[in-house]
Design a protein around this ligand. Structure first.
Ligand code: LLP
Length: 439
């Protein structure tokens, strides 16, 4: 069995996370439950930050909080000196509520509303990553009306295809995000913002995809973006001070996945940027990155209670859990693969094979197909690993299933950070029918 972070097995044969017995967590908080190993999040954060420090490169490591957003995780990453990438007014609001330092917040999105942008200005966030020409117009209007400066990056698509799942590739030329680097759009965007009274262009941003295991895509993209910076220096004597290379660093979901260590990705990126800077006679820009999954993914484990069981003779054996695609849409949406263990029988051999089904009304609601597992009985606790990124954050109330609770565990201590939704919560925004029949 592969342990992530502080996971282990205690004297009762139970899976532990942060030295806390997961079956006790299931008992205390109920299931489905997300349990985060906060020491592992901190370790991953330091892995990135220390690499930049050791290599003497000025950097910002911004947590891409779409992976998992809540007040407590924002407070945790603030403690680790990370910056924050938010992509909506909701994430920005949560960050501000959490007390996250506004000057370290970067705001992304391909269709930011006027209200969202005004909130960004009013809270004086550190930077807006500008995605399109419409947004440039809005930013000019807002900054001029408020007579307020704002740092910006231009998001560009370098046309680099990362080796990743099609659904989650965002860096290709055919992308809804950003200004194309190769067809003149990026130059036009530069012309529109350069020298503006309030919009202060710091540099360029690109993000080439997600769950990437090689460094060559990052290097290729970095090289292309640096060349554009070189061209602007030459043509306009404008020097970018920031290069944001996005996120996308892969993690281990199953034994098939062989991710690099954070320092390996970062060191390779830095090497390319340094070489390009030398060749183009540019000052070394600050490097910003935006890891999401690689900070929180393997730190999260989902706990479920096993209920019904169904044998399809000669085909497969199903076990059903008390959650499913409402708390983890990734298997249904991306065919994502996971590993699991029976938390209360963690020392037993995995002699059986089960397909783990969710409880939602959809045939595709299967969490793991043919998972090797310990022999199960109803009431056992299934621990599914590596659900910390894009699990809770993509959860829904499909079938009016309440969203799970989230707990942090570290050094024998656990704390509830998101309450389980109640049935009351489920109807809280519903209003009774007042239209009369036939009116
Ligand atoms: N920066 C930008 C501009 C992004 O679009 C993303 C992810 C990230 C950073 C963080 O990427 P990460 O390090 O987490 O791979 N729902 C999908 C992933 C969508 C990623 C969207 N953008 C999934 O569950 O795999």
């Amino acid at each position: 069995m592969h342990f992530y972070g502080t996971q282990g097995i205690n004297e009762n044969g139970h899976l532990t996370i942060g030295a806390v017995d997961t079956t006790e967590l299931a008992e205390t908080y109920g299931t489905p439950l997300f349990v985060y190993d906060t020491a592992l999040i901190r370790k991953r954060a330091r892995g990135f930050i220390d690499t930049f420090k050791q290599l003497g490169v000025t950097a910002q490591v911004a947590y891409a909080s779409k992976a998992f957003a809540c007040v407590a995780v924002y407070q945790l990453v603030a403690e680790e000196d990370l910056s924050l990438d938010v992509v909506s007014g909701g994430e920005l609001y949560t960050a501000l509520k959490s007390g996250f330092p506004a000057e370290r917040i970067h705001f992304h999105g391909n269709n930011k509303s006027v209200l969202e942008l005004e909130l960004a200005f009013d809270s004086k966030i550190g930077c807006i990553v500008v995605d399109n020409f419409y947004e440039i117009g809005l930013l000019k209007d807002i900054s001029e009306a408020k007579q307020q400066p704002m740092n910006i990056l231009l998001r560009v698509t370098p046309g680099v295809e990362a080796h990743t799942h099609d659904f989650i590739t965002t860096g290709q030329a055919d992308s809804k995000f950003g200004f194309d680097l190769n067809n003149g759009q990026a130059d036009e965007a530069f012309a529109q913002v350069n020298g503006h009274e309030y919009l202060q262009l710091l540099g360029l941003h690109c993000h080439i995809g997600s769950q990437i295991f090689e460094t060559d895509g990052f290097s290729l993209a970095a090289g292309k973006v640096m060349q554009k910076m070189g061209a602007w220096k030459e043509a306009h004597n404008f020097e970018c001070t920031v290069l944001n290379l996005g996120g996308g660093f892969g993690i281990r979901y199953t034994e098939e996945d062989k991710p690099l260590e954070p320092h390996e990705y970062v060191a390779e990126m830095i090497k390319t940027v340094q070489e390009e800077a030398r060749a183009l006679k540019l000052a070394m820009p600050e490097i910003w990155i935006e890891p999401g999954r690689s900070l929180v993914g393997d730190a999260g484990t989902s706990l479920y209670t096993i209920g019904s069981q169904k044998t399809v003779p000669g085909v497969r054996e199903y076990i059903a859990v008390d959650g499913g695609m409402s708390d983890n849409i990734r298997p249904a949406l991306y065919d994502a693969k996971y590993e699991a263990v029976i938390a209360n029988k963690a020392n037993d051999d995995k002699k059986s094979t089960y397909t783990v089904a969710g409880k939602l009304c959809e045939s595709g609601d299967k969490l793991i197909i043919d998972a090797p597992l310990q022999q199960v009985s109803p009431g056992d606790i299934l621990a599914m690993f590596c659900t910390g990124a894009y699990g809770y954050s993509m959860a829904s109330n499909y079938n009016r299933v309440p969203r799970p609770a989230v707990v942090f565990a570290e050094a024998g201590v656990h704390q509830l950070v998101i309450k389980r939704e109640s049935y009351e919560d489920i109807v809280v925004n519903d209003l009774p029918l007042t239209l009369k029949k036939g009116e």
